[in-house]
Design a protein around this ligand. Structure first.
Ligand code: AGP
Length: 594
């Protein structure tokens, strides 16, 4: 995710802005820039790192400026797309976090009115709108501009004829650090901690006007006071937003990640998902290729795409596909890769392309190698994932695969409408589960005592059993295997003892009764059972040792809540065992070798 900073105060702005941007580096970025206020704006941008931006800076005594680290969402990482963005006159500069959903319409309208755009970003419409409405008062121009904008934003604007900064926020975080005769604006607490521990959190709809000595905050045209808070965190704690590890921070970001991923693709007027990707009539089937966690997300995708669209779907592990004679006819090949850089997936994508297949990549990283190979790209907007173990990118991949299935669904309007309504409720359901995460700590303490575990599920939840086992093994170092619940009796039963706990995933679909029967078989072999079950399922309580309750959802969406429950279980188990959760041994975030 992008980072924004702004400074007004007694110090020279340039070194403060550079330092604040460095404090946001941990979030990941692909380009950066700063603008300093003077008679004219002095703007520096770099398509790479803050260090190289720093080397290009000339001495500047300005006391006001803005800065940005960009994580590309619209337009590839490049100098031209890096922030700050300006208007036609070059007098206004803006840095922005979030997504302007109606930027295409705004851009078209502004172009007709004579505005000339020089980047591919959604952000650039903001300085042009401010220019359009500017009549000598930046605050008023910003207030008017945001009326035209739909979407999420936190932005900072400045104008050469206006001393100070104007900030606005809607659905993207924005804070103000308060120093002695100085203010530091930022998207995140770590940016300001070198200068102050006093902060104000702006709220949705707030507009702030900041000068060296004063701050004025308005909401709906009325002046408002926002409470000041003291931040007791060290820099490292602040980077994790107070969480002990990046993994748990990222798990907690998932409600927002789901929303960000579907936002913009679901029509507000009718039950329609439009991804801008057409389902070609002459496509015979779909092959999804992926590795690791992305492979498990793809297996869920296979279930939903097949059942909603009736298109045959196969999923192959990319590294296996590369050595297989898989028949590719009029097959549409979809690569699912969070990083877009996984060597096995890239090779598989190239192989599919060379075979003449139409290719699509679902990825989190704009401009990644996979996006340059594939014909088409869909972005999951999970934001940078720092923990090696994938969590929020997995949930975002699932969300995108649901969208794909809904976009091509042959289901009737009513059932599509109800699925879309359910999808929109998922962020709240996941939040409900996260709000009760303590329920999992007891089970985690219990699981942490063992060295082997099985995870079982059926149907659409079998891939979640695989993913749950992978999460547990990679961060807690407990040997764990994911199995279809019906397969245990074909061999693994030999391993079931009181020393082998089994985690069973349930869903209220056609697999429920047989899964219950499987749990009874497992209990007969004296293995302890931890079941993940929906609220209101009283039946299961009689047969298991521990229960993890998840909110009720339509069975098709049960993989989402079940997966989040297993992420928490893996996290708290690894924490109990004192493992280095964010950086497990022998693993890398991006696997760039075959
Ligand atoms: C899981 O927690 C891992 N990080 C790993 O399995 C990962 O999903 C795999 O390496 C594929 O990565 P990709 O999505 O970036 O291609």
């Amino acid at each position: 995710m992008c980072g924004i900073v702004g400074y007004v105060g007694k110090r020279q702005a340039q070194p403060v802005l550079v330092n604040c941007l460095k404090r946001l580096e941990y979030r990941g970025y692909d380009s950066c820039g700063i603008a300093l206020l003077g008679k004219n704006l002095e703007i520096y941008k770099d398509a790479m790192r803050i260090e190289s931006l720093e080397k290009s800076l000339r001495p500047n005594s300005s006391h006001t400026g803005i800065g940005h680290t960009r994580w590309a969402t619209h337009g590839k990482p490049s100098q031209k797309n890096a922030h700050p963005h300006t208007d036609c006159t070059g007098k206004i500069a803006v840095v922005h976090n979030g997504v302007i959903e109606n930027f295409l319409q705004l851009r078209e309208q502004l172009t007709k009115e004579g505005h000339v755009f020089s980047s591919d970003t959604d952000t650039e419409v903001i300085p042009h709108l401010i220019e359009k409405y500017y009549q000598g008062n930046l605050e008023q121009a910003v207030s008017r501009a945001i009326v035209d904008i739909t979407g999420s934003y936190a932005f900072v604007a400045m104008h050469v004829d206006w001393r100070g900064l104007v900030v606005a926020r809607n659905e993207s975080p924005l804070i103000l650090g308060i120093g002695d005769k100085e203010f530091i604006v930022a998207s995140d607490v770590p940016a300001v901690l070198d200068y102050t521990d006093r902060v104000i959190y702006l709220e949705d709809g707030d507009i702030g006007v900041i000068t060296e000595n004063a701050l004025k905050c308005t909401s709906n045209g009325k002046q408002v006071e926002r409470a000041e808070h003291r931040i007791p965190w060290s820099m490292e704690e602040a980077q994790k937003a107070g969480h002990e590890h990046f993994m748990i921070k990222e798990i907690h970001e998932q409600p927002r990640v789901i929303r960000n991923t579907y936002k913009g693709y679901i029509s507000a007027l009718e039950p329609v998902v439009n991804l801008g990707i057409s389902k070609n009539a002459d496509i015979s089937d779909i092959l999804i290729i992926a590795c690791g966690t992305s492979y498990y997300a793809s297996l869920v995708g296979k279930h939903v795409i097949q059942s909603l669209s009736q298109i045959p779907v196969r999923v192959e592990i990319a590294s296996e596909f590369n050595y297989s004679d898989t028949v590719l006819g009029k097959t549409w090949v979809i690569a699912v890769t969070q990083s877009g850089e996984t060597a096995d997936s890239l090779r598989a994508l190239k192989k599919a392309k060379e075979s003449g297949c139409r290719t699509l990549v679902i990825t989190n990283v704009v401009g990644s190698t996979a996006t340059r190979i594939a014909d088409e790209t869909l972005y999951i907007t999970a934001g940078p994932e720092i923990c090696v173990a994938a969590t929020k990118s997995f949930i975002a991949q699932l969300t995108m695969l649901y969208l794909l299935a809904l976009a091509w669904s042959s289901a009737g309007v009513r059932s599509r409408a109800s699925l879309i309504t359910e999808l929109r409720q998922l962020p709240n359901k996941v939040q409900e589960l996260l709000d009760r995460e303590e329920q999992i700590t007891e089970q985690a303490k219990y699981l942490a005592r063992y060295e082997n575990a099985f995870f079982v599920g059926r149907g659409i939840n079998f891939p979640i059993a695989l993913e749950g086992a992978l999460k547990l093994k990679e961060i807690s170092y407990i040997h764990a295997e994911g199995y279809p619940a019906g397969e245990l009796k074909h061999g693994p039963f030999a391993l079931l003892t009181p020393e082998t706990p089994v985690v069973a995933l349930t869903a209220r679909d056609n697999t429920y009764d047989t899964l219950l029967a499987n749990i009874k078989e497992i209990k007969a072999r004296e293995s302890p059972v931890i079941a993940v079950a929906q609220e209101g399922d009283d039946e299961i309580e009689k047969y298991v040792d521990f229960l993890i309750r998840v909110p009720r959802v339509e069975p098709v969406f049960s993989p989402v809540v079940n997966a989040v429950a297993l992420q928490l279980l893996a996290y708290y188990t690894a924490r109990e065992r004192g493992c280095p959760i964010d950086t497990p041994r022998n693993l890398a975030k991006s696997v760039t070798v075959e």
